[in-house]
Design a protein around this ligand. Structure first.
Ligand code: AR6
Length: 170
């Protein structure tokens, strides 16, 4: 599996699946979630609503998949990162963030998707420290042995995340 880092906007990336940093309602929000729904169009929202009607909220660390609507990617995998509060729950928050990467990769595998792009889940509105989140993301993806997924791209929107990933993946 090739692991790469790229600076930019994940809505522009042409891969089999891009990952969305969603919230448990699956009904959209700000940040990367807002951009994906805005540019991908209403088809994504409709499928999210159908999933929600079937299974209820998406729990933290879990992932679901929809069409990518008007985006250049084929599919969107929506995962719900943990809100960072640090303190006593840090162990749980770290595991939940790792689960986002694991469950997204598992969904990609189950659907025979070979290339997947991740945003820096939880490091925006959910306030996860960027360096810690990058360690978890890189370690989790590196340890995921896949016969199907061939390429993982970390798409960093902000310069701080980009510099962190570039240094760690050198
Ligand atoms: N492409 C790639 N990355 C982006 C983009 C983009 N177009 N836009 C922002 N980022 P955030 P979270 C980066 O806040 O912290 C939403 O309201 C951003 O720089 O999008 O997981 C959801 O509905 C940051 O590094 O997601 C949830 O309620 C990273 O994406 C909540 O925010 C994640 O920032 C989820 O919070």
């Amino acid at each position: 599996m090739i692991i790469q880092v790229q600076r930019g906007d994940i809505t522009k990336i042409k891969v089999d699946a891009i990952v969305n940093a969603a919230n448990s309602s699956l009904l959209g929000g700000g940040g990367v979630d807002g951009a994906i729904h805005r540019i991908g169009g209403p088809e994504i929202f409709d499928e999210c609503r159908d999933i929600r009607n079937r299974q209820g909220n998406c729990k933290t660390g879990e992932a679901v998949m929809t069409t990518a609507g008007n985006l250049p990617a084929q599919k969107v995998i929506h995962t719900v990162g943990p809100v960072y509060n640090g303190g006593k729950r840090l162990g749980q928050e770290k595991q939940a963030l790792a689960n986002c990467y694991i469950n997204s990769l598992k969904l990609a595998e189950m659907n025979n998707l070979k290339s997947i792009a991740f945003p820096n889940i939880s490091t925006g509105i959910y306030r996860f420290p960027k360096d810690l989140a990058a360690n978890i993301a890189i370690e989790t993806v590196s340890n995921f042995k896949s016969e199907i997924v061939e390429e993982v791209i970390f798409v960093c929107f902000d310069e701080e995340n980009y510099n962190i990933y570039k240094a760690k993946l050198k």
